[in-house]
Design a protein around this ligand. Structure first.
Ligand code: BES
Ligand code: ZN
Ligand code: ZN
Length: 501
């Protein structure tokens, strides 16, 4: 059942049989902003004290009000300290409210809180919308249905409440954006969570093709075509798999003349076994996520049309499994990439950069102003930045700063690492032009930087940025906005970037 998100002013509030979500700031006296009379407000304050409710970020208090109250069920969510307020806090708090309401068939009313600094109503409504829709995400298509799981999606209507009728229009615009952002994130989560043997290149190419419209053109290159145009990096990465690779090129055209031409390139390894350098221990367990970069590119292209982005946006997604079959590429093999440079394979598990070498070289021929790649590229970035920060490397400082600014607006975290040229000699091949890992091996090396330096060899000095999402694309823990599995990280940053260029 789809969940409809709407906006009404307070005079339209109908309390019976519904849930009302209110917010509180940490360390401040609770103020219901007129929702409760002073006696009821006092009672609620006493309850918060008794329950040790401190209004910390996303802390939740559930209270059933008397019959004559405006709402049957009151949810009070903490926003943390007012001076530390960020829109992400609101997303988390709304997520908590939403999560405890999904089993209700009645409406959920959420009072949009007053925000400290100059934050537009539009942005508040967008954040609240994202909060509801991200919290609602579930990947249950392979779970046998039961009564309880059906109930979990019962809520049909969430209403964001504004004070005055003239605030409805800006809030509606925010809701519209929030829906597009959340759908992009949840689209990626679905693809990442899909089992690896159900999302082989042919299947993902089919999904990419289904995104085609009269403004989005999709072309999928077959193995034979890839052989013809010398995409040997993709073919090499694919050689150990019985399933053919596909390289997808999508083009979104804006209505008028495009302001800029922007390329998005995503790593699409549908399963990374490591190849002959097979992954050991539990390192392979989550490797169905190795196509998260390509999924982000598809999601971003899909959002372009909905947001009427004024640029021509190209998406490039090389899809293949990395498997150790009898024909697999081997350490010592030398591969000539699409731009003519030869790559000496020292480790078959550093396959992402090998397929991206072709995709980036191909993108360079499309006359683009900017190229951004998104890839679950290195375990090293997880060591450097953990699972909350996406690594950013770029040959262009303006582009890097624009992406950082976009990430702040989107409420995602990225951190720039240096594209340290002094390490470049470490990827000089002995028998080929380049080695696909540091010639010093892969232990105690600056692996995330080495990965970036390798990719830089294929961008022809064009403005380019690389987002390493190996840490952020997947989570093993549960938060109010995301269950364990694919997170959908970084697509909101991409979409934000596309809007403000
Ligand atoms: N797909 C992995 C990177 C990865 C690791 C993604 C952990 C998500 C979580 C990538 O293809 C890989 O295996 N990289 C190697 C590179 C090494 C051989 C230089 C790595 O990080 O160990
Ligand atoms: Zn690998
Ligand atoms: Zn990989």
């Amino acid at each position: 059942m789809p969940l409809h998100i709407d906006c009404l002013d307070r005079s339209r509030f109908k309390g019976e049989k519904s849930t009302l979500g209110l917010f509180a700031w940490e360390g401040e006296r609770f103020n219901s902003e007129g929702w409760l009379d002073s006696r009821k407000e006092k009672t609620l304050e006493e309850i918060t004290r008794r329950e040790h409710f401190k209004a910390k970020t996303a802390e939740l208090l559930i209270h059933y009000l008397d019959k004559e109250e405006p709402a049957m069920r009151l949810l009070l969510a903490g926003l943390g300290k007012r001076k530390e307020a960020q829109l992400d806090t609101l997303k988390q708090a709304v997520g908590k409210i939403a999560k405890s309401s999904f089993k209700q068939t009645e409406a959920l009313w959420i009072d949009l809180p007053k925000w400290p600094e100059k934050t537009s109503l539009n942005a508040l409504a967008q954040a609240a919308t994202e909060g509801v829709l991200l919290a609602r995400y579930k990947y249950s298509k392979h779970k046998s249905a039961n009564e309880d799981s059906k109930k979990e999606q019962a809520l049909e209507r969430a209403i964001l409440v504004v004070e005055k009728p003239d605030e409805i229009a800006p809030a509606q615009a925010g809701i519209k954006k929030g829906v597009i952002y959340a759908e992009a994130v949840n689209f990626i989560r679905d693809l990442v969570n899909e089992p690896p043997s159900k999302k082989r290149p042919a299947e993902l190419a089919k999904i990419a093709k289904s995104l085609g419209t009269n403004r989005i053109r999709v072309r999928a290159y077959t193995k034979m075509e890839l052989e013809r145009i010398g995409m040997n990096g993709i073919l090499g990465g694919n050689s150990g798999s019985p399933h053919e690779p596909v390289f997808v090129h999508l083009v979104y055209k804006p209505k008028g003349n495009p302001k800029k031409k922007i390329g998005l390139v995503g790593k699409g390894i549908t399963f990374d076994s490591g190849g002959l350098n097979i992954k050991i221990g539990n390192h392979m367990t989550t490797m169905k996520m190795d196509m998260a970069g390509a999924a982000s590119v598809l999601a971003a292209l899909r959002a372009c049309e909905k947001l009427d982005i004024p640029h021509e946006v190209h998406g490039f997604a090389p899809f293949t499994e990395n498997m150790p079959g009898g024909n697999a590429y081997k350490p010592g093999d030398i591969i000539r990439a699409h731009n003519g440079k030869t790559i000496e394979i020292l480790n078959t598990d550093a396959e992402g950069r090998v397929i991206l070498a072709d995709a980036l070289s191909f993108a360079c021929k499309q006359n683009l102003d900017v190229i951004i790649d998104v890839a679950t590229l290195t375990g090293a970035v997880v060591v450097a930045l953990g699972d909350n920060y996406t690594g950013l490397l770029s040959n262009n400082e303006k582009l890097a700063q624009d992406l950082i600014a976009a990430s702040r607006l989107a409420g995602e975290k990225i951190w720039q690492l240096p594209l340290a040229q002094e390490y470049k000699d470490r990827i000089k091949g002995r028998f080929g032009d380049l080695a696909n890992i540091s010639v010093r091996g892969s232990g105690s090396e600056p692996g995330a930087i080495i990965g970036g330096l390798f990719l830089e060899e294929f961008v022809d000095s064009k403005p380019w940025a690389h987002l390493d999402i190996a840490g952020t694309a997947w989570t093993d823990s549960e938060t109010s906005l995301c269950p364990p599995g694919g997170t959908g990280a970084i697509v909101r940053t991409l979409i934000e970037y596309l809007q403000f260029q």
